[in-house]
Write a protein that binds this ligand. Structure first.
Ligand SMILES: NC(=O)c1ccc[n+]([C@@H]2O[C@H](COP(=O)([O-])OP(=O)(O)OC[C@H]3O[C@@H](n4cnc5c(N)ncnc54)[C@H](O)[C@@H]3O)[C@@H](O)[C@H]2O)c1
Length: 273
């Protein structure tokens, strides 16, 4: 009782230290974090006073997101232009974060694309781009970020945003589902390699989340009603639903959670089988 009261009274002081970017706040890096799920994840970390770096192909959106996150409570945050497919760009962004921002504590591989084209019409170059962004990009980011984490010796957290499509798919999502299944095994493989350094790797598989990627579908009255009827919790997910799971997996309390996927889908996959 007394301990809890003391902790509560110290909370504002701790948060104010963290929001000033002191050594107590961590650097959370989120690829594709300018909008959608990445921004929802970033918002949940911002409320805890963490420092955030957004790496995104859209540099203006990344800078604007970093400003908004600071307004929401984040410590000093930054938006950097970075196409995760381009290893040189990833290396350059990580070098800036290592040199000027104390190094990465948590990496969230969130950047992704979903072309939504029938597999019989899909051009090979579109197939390849889906693999490159959704899977190879995470390989570049994780391998390069891990090198710095190992050198600093204070451990770390790697998160991977996969999808229900790693398990259930359809003709319009063959490339997407294949890339996300590959991303899951990329995560599991890194978990086996990095655990001994105190670095854990885990995935979050979102169900239907309302973002720019899906708005063309889930804002139409028919599909919106259909999804509400289908998903056991009766609604479409929000980006922050994913953020709360990310905060748990990135916490010190999750130190023994390694190589797993948390499905955040309102129970959707349970009714797909
Ligand atoms: N929305 C959903 O229902 C849903 C469901 C399951 C999984 N996901 C996954 O969640 C992640 C985020 O999806 P979202 O719905 O927020 O999408 P979104 O399209 O709203 O946002 C994607 C972000 O990634 C950035 N991006 C795209 N390509 C990039 C690249 N090569 N390098 C760096 N940044 C890049 C974009 O600029 C954008 O900021 C994706 O990996 C997606 O596959 C989404």
């Amino acid at each position: 009782m007394v301990v809890r009261a003391a902790r509560q009274s110290l909370l504002p002081f701790i948060k104010s230290l963290m929001s000033k970017g002191s050594i107590m706040s961590r650097l959370i890096v989120i690829t594709g974090g300018s909008r959608g799920i990445g921004f929802g994840i970033a918002t949940c970390f911002a409320r805890l006073g963490e420092r955030i770096a957004i790496l995104d192909v859209d540099p203006l959106a990344a800078a604007a997101a970093a400003e908004k996150l600071q307004a929401a409570g984040a410590g000093p945050s930054i938006g950097l232009a970075c196409d995760v497919v381009d290893r040189a760009q990833v290396a350059a962004a990580i070098a800036i974060l290592d040199r000027d921002h104390g190094g990465i504590d948590v990496l969230i591989n969130n950047a992704g694309i979903c072309p939504f084209i029938d597999i019989m019409d899909l051009e090979p170059r579109v197939w390849q781009r889906t693999m490159d962004v959704n899977m190879t990009g995470a390989f570049h980011c994780t391998q390069l970020a891990a090198a710095g984490m190992i050198k600093r010796g204070r451990g770390g957290r790697m998160l991977f945003v996969t999808s229900l499509a790693e398990n259930v798919t359809g003709p319009m999502q063959v490339d997407y589902g294949a890339s996300k299944a590959g991303l899951r095994m990329t995560m599991v493989g890194f978990a086996t390699a990095l655990g001994k350094h105190g670095i854990t790797c885990n995935a979050i598989a979102p169900g239907m989340i309302l973002t720019d990627m899906t708005a063309h579908h889930w804002t139409l009255p028919g599909p919106a009603a259909e999804i509400k009827a289908r998903v056991p919790v009766g609604r479409i997910g929000t980006p922050e639903d994913i953020g709360h799971a990310a905060v748990f997996l990135a916490s010190t309390g999750a130190a023994y959670v390694n190589g797993i996927t948390i499905r955040v889908d309102g129970g959707h996959q349970a009714v797909c089988v």
